[in-house]
Design a protein around this ligand. Structure first.
Ligand code: BG6
Length: 478
């Protein structure tokens, strides 16, 4: 719908930006930090682009003061970061590693001193290797107690200081990549196990949300979901059904559990037919229903267009483009449900991600109507090559991407969505898990590359100054 007049962004809107521990911190074995599954996975040849790793990353661990200073100069209102579990409990549980915890205490204090709201993510994929070895990590229900203990430690430490908490980052991605596609640790392709793992992650999510509320924390908590709204290729009823299938299997399968405490019916029945539905133990259903997130975090990068995909000889899982060579991603889908097709109406990045600002509005509309929950956009951004010219980075393509998304968010607010804030991905350039350092997302350029020998110098890009202006005007010109 068109609005005659758009609503303003709320005056306390959190204009933010984001990162994740493994992708920025470096200092992978300093100050008593334990080893995470990612510290090991990146050392297996061929697993990441040019075997890049986060040993040094962009050295945020040692340069956080410089980074926060840049944030403050930009006028940033919120900074979303994740805590590395292995810094707090090197082996997943036991005694707190005080030095590791101190890093986050200092970071949070630094942010608060500069009037930047910390948004703390408890888990952005770096589970302690010790727990993986001991009981298979996410494969065992033992993780529920260990995760809850880890979360409680952070809740106690940051009570009154951190008001916004993200429980799990992109549960749909880390479970699918780890147990279905075999491209993240622990590198498995086992559908039955994937659904069990995901169910356990749901139980963990519900448990920590309940703990947060039981502890009467002054703040809000919710999961961050990687949401790509599904579109049908055209009005062929079979393609419409394929889009329904995809929305159920790829979106509602997580969001319904977060918000309703139940899996969507058709997909759950299909899993039962296939003998791969997750096991419900006594109390699971009640636990899932009891947890109420205060907001839903949304990581939005692109929409997804699908068409019918027959059960017999249908398209299965395809290759992802992790090289930055446009047009190299393979066809992919789930036979009997949907297959992904190219949307003829949108442009693509060099990594074949579709650029669709309207999609974020569609996403927010769907969430608002189906769940009536406040939304915090916890990630949105453009991964592209950047070039330094005369000490400057003219990333007008990123400004174009971000400004169109900001406008679409304003339209969604005008439609009636409640939006707490907008965190772009990412604040500084960082390690893109599988894509190395060449796929850049930041407002702040960092001199780091696949050699991992960069000077680590920071240079604000043109987009940094663009966002500064957006924040100053509270988005009123978007
Ligand atoms: C999200 C993750 O999936 O997207 C981030 O939460 C990630 O950690 C971002 O970096 C962009 O993805 P990629 O693969 O381009 O780095």
């Amino acid at each position: 719908m068109d609005h005659k007049e758009l609503k303003q962004f709320p005056s306390d809107f959190l204009w933010g930006s984001a990162s994740a521990a493994y992708q920025v911190e470096g200092a992978w074995d300093e100050d008593g930090k334990g080893v995470s599954v990612w510290d090991n996975y990146v050392r297996i040849p061929g697993k990441t682009f040019k075997d890049t790793n986060g040993d040094v990353a962009v050295d945020h661990y040692h340069r956080y003061k410089e980074d926060v200073k840049l944030m403050a100069e930009q006028g940033l209102k919120a900074y979303r970061f994740s805590v590395a579990w292995t810094r707090i409990f090197p082996n997943g549980r036991g005694e707190v590693n005080q030095k590791g915890l101190q890093f986050y205490v200092d970071l949070v204090d630094e942010l608060i001193a500069h009037n930047i709201e910390p948004v703390l993510t408890l888990y952005h994929w770096d589970i302690p290797q010790a727990l993986q070895d001991e009981y298979g990590g996410w494969e065992s229900r033992k993780i529920i107690a260990d995760f809850n203990n880890y979360a409680k430690t952070l809740f106690e430490t940051f009570r009154g200081k951190v008001k916004y908490w993200v429980s799990l980052n992109e549960q749909n991605i880390f479970t699918a990549h780890g147990w279905l596609m075999g491209i993240h640790p622990p590198d498995k392709k086992e559908p039955k196990l994937f659904y069990e793992v995901n169910h356990i992650a749901n139980l963990v999510n519900a448990t920590v949300i309940n703990t947060f509320h039981e502890m009467k924390m002054d703040g809000k908590i919710g999961p961050s979901f990687a949401y790509s709204p599904q579109y049908a290729l055209d009005s062929n009823p079979k393609n419409i059904l394929a889009a329904e299938n995809a929305e159920d299997a790829l979106s509602h399968f997580w969001m319904d559990v977060y918000l309703y405490g139940e899996y969507p019916i058709a997909i759950f029945n299909r899993l039962k037919e296939q003998g791969i539905a997750p096991t419900f133990e006594e109390g699971d259903a009640e636990l899932l229903k009891s947890a109420k997130p205060d907001f839903l975090g949304i990581n939005y990068y692109q929409s997804n267009t699908v068409a019918w995909n027959p059960l017999e000889n249908g398209v299965g899982m395809g290759e992802m483009n992790t090289t930055g060579k446009k047009g190299t991603s393979g066809e992919s889908g789930e036979p009997g449900l949907y297959k992904r097709v190219v949307n003829p109406h949108v442009e693509r990045t060099n990594w074949d991600w579709e650029i669709d600002p309207t999609g974020i509005r569609v996403a927010m509309r769907r969430i608002t109507s189906r769940y009536r929950v406040p939304i915090l956009i916890t990630e949105n951004g453009l991964g592209e090559y950047d070039k330094v010219e005369d000490g400057k980075i003219h990333d007008d393509y990123r400004i174009d991407y971000l400004s169109k998304h900001v406008s679409a968010i304003r339209e969604a607010i005008s439609d009636g969505a409640t939006v707490l804030g907008y965190c772009t991905w990412s604040y500084t350039d960082l390690l893109s898990w599988l894509n190395g350092y060449q796929k850049r997302y930041g407002f702040v350029y960092v001199d780091q590359d696949e050699t991992m020998q960069g000077s680590l110098k920071r240079i604000p890009k043109d987009s940094y100054y663009w966002y500064k202006d957006v924040i100053e005007k509270n988005g009123s010109e978007n």
